[in-house]
Design a protein. Sequence first.
Length: 194
Amino acid sequence: MPESPFIFGVDLDGVCADYTAALRPIAAEWLGVPVESLAPDPGYDFPEWNLGTLVDVHRFAVTQRRLFETMAPIPGAAPALRRLSEAGVHIRIVTKRLIIPNFHETAVAQTIRWLDHHGIPYKDLCFLSLKQHLGCHIYIDDSPDNVLRLREAGMETIVFRSSQNRAVGGLVAESWHEVENLVMAAKQRWDGLV
């Protein structure tokens, strides 16, 4: 067995937490429209919702509606991550949640409360946009931009399938059951068991 751990870089929004479903009613409130008028499966950056400045809606959602603390988890994410952790996978949460200035404390506190509330294990919690510099053995992300950057840097990356990344190919998972199997297979290869 290698002495260093096998590290799994895990994105949160759209992978572990259902960002789109949680943002939809808040966006409807912001726009003053019925929630049904906003497509439940929008494209990347929500062009169908006509939000104007996404940054303003996002800031409102986090600071006034506790978005990062109240999102529902993606089905199967928490139990799969617990099983992976028990199998010796080092979980490194990697999120871009600090992209908007002047509300970092709120974003970090809500993130930690959400992870703890849902029993999601992690050894590291990283808030950054350049995920390819973290040295994880495998990553999972739903953002087409992040997946492209990670893959261009030679990082094995699972795309967690959503309406926002249908055009992205390669290693893809439709569910956390599939994610768990892909990560365990990668860990076994790394351990030299396959």
